[in-house]
Design a protein around this ligand. Structure first.
Ligand SMILES: C[C@@]1(CC(=O)O)c2cc3[nH]c(cc4nc(cc5[nH]c(cc(n2)[C@H]1CCC(=O)O)[C@@](C)(CC(=O)O)[C@@H]5CCC(=O)O)C(CC(=O)O)=C4CCC(=O)O)c(CCC(=O)O)c3CC(=O)O
Ligand SMILES: NC(=O)C1=CN([C@@H]2O[C@H](COP(=O)(O)OP(=O)(O)OC[C@H]3O[C@@H](n4cnc5c(N)ncnc54)[C@H](O)[C@@H]3O)[C@@H](O)[C@H]2O)C=CC1
Length: 223
């Protein structure tokens, strides 16, 4: 399986099923975009910013719900196999992606798995076991969370440096090597994580020392 990254902002995600699983999926998607949960009952759990619609569609009605909300992704998380099957069919008819919460194992294109994710905006790491062991995905996600500290800030910092280097008389190879050196610099990571030093200055120093390129904000050699 290959993880592909989606920007769902401005889209709608439609979740069928208001149990613990529907709630978890709703929370996850509602962080990104408008999320609607259709269910006859809602478990006493957090559904994030999702809109809750009380209804118990039969399999024949599911298509109408999908047409009404025109979702980009449909989640089948009910405890009724016939409804989950109908949700999958309706999603396909509508050209939406479908997530079957009650299925592990192989899938065809258009049927997607929700991975465990770690986010430090704009960095996202996704873990999937191909459906084999969701508990392992969760455990690995927790371990990666601690590893990722500062990655979002590093992404922002190097995005700025790349833009600045593009305006300079620097070859693409040198630019690549300079950015690679910054993301591998323990000094820059330390500055980002502790805030003790100015990370931008540390990065400029790495680029200055290793490549002789003077960035704005360079204060010369590390003593
Ligand atoms: C295939 C998949 C479909 C999909 O939902 O997309 C799926 C399916 C199933 N999950 C089941 C059980 C559990 N799921 C979790 C947790 C998570 N499940 C998630 C994803 C996925 N679950 C997809 C595969 C992901 C992958 O590839 O690894 C996570 C990562 C993301 C999320 O849901 O947001 C989220 C962790 C989020 C986090 O913490 O970061 C726990 C852990 C717990 O509860 O502590 C358990 C109990 C322990 C266990 O069984 O492992 C069952 C059995 C039901 C039964 O036995 O009745 C099925 C159905 C089946 O296997 O057939
Ligand atoms: N992906 C995952 O991480 C996991 C998936 N599962 C699977 O996901 C399914 C849901 O799990 P839970 O939330 O624990 O089950 P649950 O039984 O607690 O919740 C099911 C929900 O579906 C609702 N529902 C029933 N008929 C409906 C209809 N016609 N339309 C819309 N909603 C309807 C119920 O009111 C209830 O809120 C189970 O079938 C299970 O196989 C279970 C555990 C984890």
């Amino acid at each position: 399986m290959i993880p592909l990254v989606h920007d769902l902002s401005g889209e709608t995600v439609l979740v069928f099923g208001g149990g613990p699983v529907g709630a978890r999926k709703a929370r996850r998607f509602a962080r990104e975009t408008r999320t609607v949960v259709v269910s006859p009952a809602f478990v006493d759990r957090e559904f994030g910013d999702a809109e809750l619609v009380r209804a118990a569609p039969d399999p024949v009605d599911v298509g109408d719900w999908v047409e009404r909300f025109e979702p980009a992704v449909v989640v089948a998380a009910t405890d009724r196999n016939d409804v989950n099957e109908a949700v999958e069919r309706a999603a396909r008819d509508h050209g939406a992606l479908v997530n079957r919460a009650d299925h592990s194992g192989g899938r065809d294109a258009g049927s997607v798995v929700v991975p465990a994710t770690v986010e430090d905006d704009p960095v996202t790491v996704a873990v999937s076991t191909g459906g084999a062991s969701p508990a392992l995905s969760k455990y690995l996600r927790e371990r990666i969370e601690t590893e990722l500290a500062g990655a979002g800030a590093m992404a922002e910092l190097t995005a700025g440096l790349r833009a600045e280097l593009r305006t300079r008389d620097v070859s693409p190879t040198e630019r690549r090597d300079a950015v690679r050196a910054v993301v591998r610099s323990s000094h820059v990571w330390k500055a980002l994580r502790t805030g003790d030093a100015n990370a931008r200055e540390e990065a400029a120093r790495v680029i200055g020392n290793e490549f002789g390129i003077e960035m704005d904000g360079t204060r010369g050699e590390r003593p």
